[in-house]
Design a protein around this ligand. Structure first.
Ligand code: CTP
Ligand code: MG
Length: 237
């Protein structure tokens, strides 16, 4: 049996409040291309990804559908779903719109994801049921006590969680609906899966797979983008 189809769900429906830019950060230009296009190009080039669902701010769904769906430049983008009030709701809406057993969720705000990282995360999820990219912590790690340092923490016991995150659509839908009814909240799909009692494996992420959150992140991303070829041409499917 060949590898199963995997739908990529790309949440791009945030407002970028911490970036505080004129346009939401996913539409800011990085070396001449919208940040979102960098992300979509990298995900498109991963052979394991068979289709892409973009999750957009509700007011942008029509414009984004026009731009990406049915465009030979973006053959894998099959549909644009409307985002929700939180990232969790946006991913949920994207997962509901997908038609495959397996989903890869990846933040639009991480433009330097690589096809290698996509493959590594999918392989771990197929083996273990769910997986995420994550980075070990190399800096000294402490609790914060206001303007002072609190207790030291064991950095060897810590991980920084990135995306891609790969899981079964049914697991996210069931867990989302159950935990929502219990009034629970979560910041990413691994937290949701863990709260539902599902084990999540991790694979080494990449330092360049940073999330663009603050203006300084964007300045660093500009430096990386200037040195990286923008992936051109339609992805092979
Ligand atoms: N996202 C989304 N729907 C939301 C909130 C966030 O699809 N309601 C997306 C963002 O567009 C981004 C990813 O989830 O690609 C990660 O979220 P984050 O970095 O927090 O982006 P924003 O929520 O836009 O930024 P901020 O939290 O600073 O407002
Ligand atoms: Mg946010």
């Amino acid at each position: 049996m060949g590898p199963p189809p995997v739908t990529a769900v790309i949440p791009a429906a945030g407002s970028g409040s911490r970036m505080a830019s004129a346009v939401p950060k996913q539409f800011m230009e990085l070396n001449g291309h919208p940040l979102l296009d960098w992300t979509l190009a990298a995900i498109s080039h991963a052979a394991e990804i068979t289709s892409i669902i973009l999750v957009a701010p509700p007011d942008d769904v029509a414009r984004m559908t026009e731009k990406y769906v049915g465009n030979p430049r973006w053959p894998k983008v099959s549909r644009v779903a409307a985002g929700g009030a939180t990232r969790a709701n946006s991913v949920y809406n994207g997962v509901r719109a997908a038609g495959t057993e397996w989903i890869l969720a990846h933040d639009a705000a991480r433009p330097f994801v690589t096809p290698t990282l996509v493959r590594r995360t999918i392989e771990a999820a197929l083996r273990h049921g769910a997986a995420t990219a994550a980075l070990p912590v190399y800096d000294t790690l402490k609790m914060r006590d206001g303007d002072f340092l609190g207790q030291p923490l064991d950095r060897a016991a810590a991980l920084l969680i990135q995306t891609p995150q790969v899981f079964r659509a049914a697991d996210i839908i069931t867990a989302h609906e159950r935990l929502k009814n219990e009034g629970k909240e979560w910041t990413d799909e691994t937290s949701l899966l863990q709260q539902a009692g599902i084990k999540v494996a991790w694979v080494p992420g990449e330092i360049a797979n940073m999330k663009i959150t603050m203006p300084d992140d964007f300045r660093l991303a500009q430096v990386i983008a200037e040195r990286s070829p923008f992936v051109k041409g339609p992805a092979r499917i």
